[in-house]
Design a protein. Structure first.
Lengths: 512, 492
């Protein structure tokens, strides 16, 4: 600075000097400030991870642009609105919604859970969901064992309805204001700079509140649904929100249509050699289109989606494989061998030769509802009016959706990683494989979802425990709309096999 | 000298810059506002695709800017109504024939004239969808009656949106920016030119369309339009009167059957001379103005006439009891053939003889025909045109593909063929139109299930123009004979 003024002093002509000073104050300094502000506010930088699995857990889909929570708002919301979270017991914050926190190398808890990504956009660090939030979970071999994180498995503990409700309720809460949030940020160690503290965050809080409240009408219907509980989402009623369908005027039989989160492994085999009918009702045969459709759930829009980063996830799920049952529990190989021919006779033509070989005449194809007989709400939620509208998504882009089709049944799925895909049927209405092999009348009428302790005997998660360590599990009542546990029964579905045969079959299914 | 030289150089330089800026500006204006681009190749890949998605030139004056069209149902979903009920589903709520995977419904055309615009072609009212059962997907039959399309609903919807104060650049642009990434020029154009002009143009329609808002007239409902009043109020700008003549969207396949020399006339009341005239007048209705490119327009009409003349009527796709149908043929020959398979077919039958609702007849007249012909002539378009005579009754229908032309009678007041064989007093008084599940027993569409009532529009035959009386022919046959006759009608 001295040098500058020194050189100004050296300018002999007073007019010239005055001119230079004027120039500095009116042009140069504002420009420097302008460039600094520009630099501060125009960036668009996601946090990236070199490893594909880290990217899957924490990488961005681009959803933060439209839906991102400013980082410190995300961090403080659970403390601002604890009353809108489920009673957590030993778990608190987002963990009470079944989100999973990994540990840092130093043993401390990571700042954001698996399934969330960070991106600095318009000068604010933002957080939102990615694919992993619905497609990652934990499994424990026993209550006292440590949990193993499994990427690509259905997020059996994540309560997405609870998450949405929390988000809307908290934003509407009187405490969702800078007077409460800023001190909480400070308490949690957020060292906001002056600009953030006095400008960015107060404005961000106000904007977020406005935007959430403006969106609330579109999500009102969620509050009126039977609880989905952990591990389930009403996929295609949610898809209607993209088009702002007036949800209160839907045919009531389209509503209450929760479906289990699917697993994401071995996508290549769902694409090649023959494209399978994807989604529970098989309404799309294109993996990439299905992926972009699911990405709406992570807040993406056609102009803001981050295709390069989604592509990394797509590449990874092509050949990702599930963990093996035998790495957690022993398998009776002799018994499993006895189950193999039963599987071949009863299951293989619809579900594939094995957990890694998906050949079979009917694999990946829709079976008419009258034949499969499972709960019809998920099917009916996918209305033909929605199917035609979906063909307008990504209009103007080369990847406009062209494959969505109304079907009239449910698709036969390959069974890779079957043991981790409990509870079973599209609506997760049957807790274990053993129960699924019983006729519907003998399947549990009610059971508990959301426990990550595995029941190796019956092949499913522990479903008879209402509460553990202060955490209440979700009681699924199969008599409620959308929860029906009927169907997939009768002789051809193996429900008339003997108890011995069923046990052998289950043992074989553990090898998938 | 040198000062003058400088001034001149400056002046020249400025002039050159101004000219360059002007040329660039004009080019951008032309390129983004008016430059016409052909539709992509897939549109004209087959005649059927061309019929469904090919432009007939309506985008110039009647076109809605694509992105406005795109976002309206997201911004104003509550205005998509039928019978006073809000129906979810975007434009699909209006029953437009929409093939899965297609960006736009059949009968909606997308063409870039400076910017992408959406307009309609014949297929919007002349594509039939039918389903074998509620658990099946529709089959699309081009050239058939658009029995599901709620045309009046669509007219009203666009105007209702434009009337809403939320139809403004801020709200529309916010939604558009959520679905696409327009460049700066398009953003500016949309915000400052396209959106305000579209709003203004749609609001201008309100006065012209006043009669579609009349509370004393029933809704047209799905699959019908008040065709001749459309012509009266749009083409010849006649003052509004109290007539109301809603009619079924007709099928337009196999038009070669109409032979003018044999006295065949077209339109329900025989008010138009021949296919060429009907196609041209209907197309003008879609254009909403004189064609921007007359040569192209005449070419489109010619293509349509050739395509539709040769387009065969669809065969009944479900099983037919051949023996029963054969027996039915003798009943047909005895009871129906003298009108429907004779020299009388395609000619006008006096109202007193057929006895059906007179609303449609009263909605048109000789004077209007003379004026309309004059208007078209002044556009420099050649056609035989509308019949400049007093109308006396309704045209005896050709029955090719009759199985798919339900509901029946010119005003679509009788749901099925089997119902039509009942005396008027025993025909359904209230039913629901525009549901596309087929009723193989009664031959027509299902009109009274819960789904039919939810998806279709209510048709009350006691409403204006909706009378289901008349054509009481064959109504005294026995129930068995009627069933047999209907079985035969499936074969036509």
């Amino acid at each position: 600075m001295n040098k500058v003024f020194g050189s100004i002093k050296e300018i002999t002509s007073p007019w010239k000097r005055r001119f230079v000073i004027l120039f500095l104050f009116t042009i140069v300094i504002p420009m420097i400030v302008g460039v600094w502000l520009l630099n501060r506010f125009i960036g668009d930088t996601p946090v990236d991870y070199a490893s594909p699995t880290e990217h899957f857990k924490y990488g961005s889909t681009g959803g933060e642009h439209e839906m991102g929570f400013p980082y410190w708002i995300w961090r403080t919301m659970p403390a601002i609105c604890p009353q809108h979270l489920p009673a957590g017991g030993y778990q608190s914050g987002y963990q009470s919604l079944g989100m999973i926190y990994e540990k840092n190398a130093d043993g401390t808890e990571r700042d954001v859970p698996v399934g969330t990504s960070k991106r600095r956009y318009q000068g604010v660090d933002r957080v939102f969901l990615n694919c992993a939030v619905c497609h990652t979970s934990t499994v424990r071999a026993a209550p006292d064992k440590t949990a193993t994180l499994v990427l690509g498995m259905p997020a059996a503990t994540f309560n997405i309805k609870g998450f949405q409700e929390f988000f809307f309720r908290c934003a509407a809460d009187p405490k969702f204001s800078k007077e409460y949030i800023l001190p909480e940020i400070q308490r949690q160690g957020g060292d906001l700079d002056l600009l953030d503290r006095y400008l960015v965050y107060p404005v961000a809080i106000a904007i977020m509140r406005d935007r959430v409240l403006a969106l609330a009408g579109r999500f009102d219907w969620v509050f009126k649904q039977q609880d989905w509980g952990p591990g389930r989402v009403d996929t295609f009623n949610s898809a209607k929100v993209i088009f702002n369908f007036p949800m209160t005027h839907l045919d009531p039989k389209e509503l209450d249509a929760p479906a289990d989160f699917p697993s994401l492994w071995r996508q290549r085999q769902r694409k090649e050699p023959r494209e399978m009918q994807l989604h529970w009702d098989g309404n799309n045969t294109t993996v990439e289109e299905r992926n972009k459709s699911a990405a709406f759930g992570t807040g993406t829009t056609p102009p803001t989606i981050d295709l390069a980063r989604i592509r990394r996830v797509e590449d990874w799920i092509m050949d990702a494989t599930p963990p093996l049952f035998k790495d957690f529990f022993p398998i009776d190989t002799k018994l499993a061998a006895e189950g193999a021919p039963i599987y071949k006779q009863y299951c293989a033509s619809c579900h594939g030769a094995s957990g890694s070989d998906f050949t079979g005449e009917h694999v990946g194809q829709v079976v008419p509802l009258a034949q499969i007989g499972t709960d019809r709400r998920r099917l009916d939620s996918y209305a033909s009016t929605l199917a035609v509208n979906q063909a307008t998504l990504y209009a103007g882009y080369p990847w406009r959706f062209t494959h969505f089709t109304k079907t009239h049944g449910y698709a036969n799925l390959p069974l890779d990683g079957l043991w981790l895909r409990a509870p079973y049927l599209h609506n997760g209405s049957v807790p274990s494989l053993r129960d699924l092999l019983e006729p519907a009348a003998k399947r549990p009428k009610t059971f508990y979802r959301g426990n990550d302790v595995y029941d190796a005997l019956n092949a499913g998660f522990v479903s008879t425990v209402a509460e553990a360590n202060g955490k209440k599990f979700f009681r699924l009542d199969t008599t409620l709309p959308g929860n029906g546990n009927g169907g997939h029964e009768g002789k051809t579905y193996g429900t008339e096999l003997s108890a011995v045969e069923k046990t052998a079959l289950i043992e074989f299914l553990k090898t998938f | 000298m040198s000062a003058l030289f400088f001034r001149r150089t400056w002046f020249k330089l400025l002039a050159v810059i101004a000219i360059i800026v002007g040329i660039i500006g004009a080019w951008i204006g032309y390129d983004r506002g008016f430059r016409e681009h052909p539709q992509p190749d897939w549109v004209t890949a087959t005649p059927e695709m061309r019929f469904k998605y090919g432009s007939i030139g309506a985008e110039h004056d009647a076109g809605i800017p694509y992105w406005i069209f795109y976002v309206l149902p997201r911004i104003f979903p509550e205005k998509l109504t039928q019978d006073g009920k809000i129906i979810p589903g975007g434009y699909a709520a209006l029953g437009v024939p929409w093939e899965q995977g297609q960006e736009l419904p059949s009968g909606f055309t997308k063409k870039k004239i400076g910017f992408d615009r959406v307009a309609n072609n014949c297929a919007v009212c002349h594509t039939t969808t039918y389903r074998a059962s509620p658990d099946s997907n529709p089959t699309f039959v081009v050239g058939g009656s658009g029995h599901t399309t709620n045309v009046e609903g669509f007219f009203r919807y666009l105007i209702d949106c434009a009337k809403d104060p939320r139809f403004n650049a801020d709200i529309l642009m916010a939604e558009i920016n959520r679905v696409t990434d327009l460049d700066l020029i398009d953003k500016l154009l949309y915000r400052f030119v396209i959106i305000p002009i579209t709003k203004k143009r749609l609001l201008e329609r309100e006065a012209q369309f006043a009669w579609v808002y009349r509370k004393d007239f029933p809704d047209w409902g799905r699959g019908r339009d008040d065709a001749m009043n459309l012509t009266k109020y749009f083409m010849i700008k006649a003052p509004m009167d109290d007539t109301f003549g809603p009619t079924d969207m007709p099928s337009i396949w196999n038009l070669k059957k109409y032979v003018w020399e044999k006295g065949h006339r077209m339109n329900y009341a025989g008010d138009s001379h021949d296919p060429q005239s009907v196609i041209m007048d209907s197309a003008l209705g879609l254009l909403g103005a004189a064609p921007a490119n007359k040569e192209d327009f005449v070419g489109q009409v010619k293509w349509l006439k050739e395509y539709l003349s040769a387009l065969p009527a669809p065969k009944y796709p479900f099983p037919i009891d051949t023996n029963k149908a054969n027996t039915g043929k003798t009943l047909f020959d005895a009871n129906c053939a003298q009108c429907h398979a004779s020299d009388k077919t395609g000619t006008t039958l006096a109202l007193a003889e057929v006895g059906t609702d007179r609303g449609r007849l009263d909605s048109w007249n000789k004077g209007a025909a003379i004026k309309a012909n004059q208007v078209v002539k002044e556009m420099g378009l050649e056609r035989r045109g509308l019949v400049e005579e007093d109308l006396k009754g309704y045209v005896v229908a050709f029955l090719d593909g009759i199985w798919l032309k339900a509901p029946y009678l010119h005003n679509g007041s009788v749901p099925t063929l089997r119902d039509l064989l009942e005396p008027a007093a025993q025909r359904p008084k209230v039913f629901w139109r525009g549901y596309d599940v087929y009723d193989q027993a009664k031959v027509g569409f299902v009109t009274d299930t819960q789904d039919a009532q939810r998806i279709g529009t209510r048709m009350d035959t006691s409403g204006k123009g909706g009378g289901n009386q008349g054509h009481e022919f064959g109504t005294t046959l026995s129930a068995t004979e009627k069933d047999t006759l209907v079985e035969y009608l499936k074969t036509l």
